[in-house]
Design a protein around this ligand. Structure first.
Ligand code: ZN
Length: 228
């Protein structure tokens, strides 16, 4: 197998180990042709709605199996450990949800291409502002406390399943105006171990540990206070 195929195989095995409830999903180890590459990011996930450009690519290759989450990893350009990057994108897809389908008419492709070209050119901060309708905190593009908690559970389960990769730079930290991911990991404490048999939907019904919530509140207050 090629390196890319090996990594994709590992990603599928990792996802099955940490979130068996997720079911089938698509992984791209490179950005397909005709899909504009974001300058600010080397990975993204379409967790709730199918991307027409990726759907068309899959249809043309006879690999379309119906709507499901799509994870794109730009492995050639990423300087992150591939499995760490994948865990970040996988966390965006949890708890698992129904994925809406789309049409791939010429018009739908044209609109999707226009949006993707725009998203590819602007900075992460600008994109966040667009997507969050004016709330331009760096974590607003679905990188807040809920995401961090899911991600830390994903990583803990991956480590338990025998996968090995560094945690650094995977989320939180200066880029998102937050404390380091290691601080969130400490604040979450032994929760990943205690809740290791729950689905991600079930985890969301359990309040996060007090220390975790306190760190998030303090980070928000510090960021919002310093940006006024
Ligand atoms: Zn993300």
């Amino acid at each position: 197998m090629t390196t890319e195929a090996t990594i994709i195989d590992q990603c599928h095995r990792l996802a099955k180990a940490v979130a068996p409830e997720l079911g089938p999903f698509y992984i791209f180890g490179s950005v397909p042709p005709d899909v504009p590459r974001p300058e600010h990011s080397t990975g993204w996930a379409n967790a709730r709605q199918t991307c027409p450009l990726l759907k068309r690519f899959l249809l043309e290759r006879g690999e379309w199996r119906g709507p499901a989450a799509q994870i794109v990893l730009d492995l050639e350009r990423s300087d992150l450990e591939p499995l760490a990057l994948f865990c970040h994108e996988l966390a965006h897809c949890l708890p698992s949800a129904t994925v809406a389908d789309v049409e791939t008419s010429d018009r739908a492709i044209q609109i999707a291409t226009g949006w993707q070209e725009l998203a590819a050119r602007v900075s992460y901060e600008t994109l966040t502002e667009f997507e969050s309708h004016g709330d331009c905190t760096p974590w607003a593009g679905d990188h807040g406390d809920r995401f961090l908690r899911v991600l830390l559970h994903v990583v803990d389960r991956a480590y338990r399943a025998g996968f090995s990769f560094p945690l650094c730079e995977i989320a939180a930290g200066a880029r998102y105006g937050l404390s380091a991911i290691s601080a969130y990991s400490r604040a979450l404490g032994d929760e990943p171990e205690r809740l290791r048999n729950l689905t991600f939907a079930e985890i969301e019904t359990v309040p996060a540990p007090e220390e975790f919530r306190a760190l998030w509140t303090a980070d928000m207050a510090r960021y919002l206070g310093s940006s006024i």
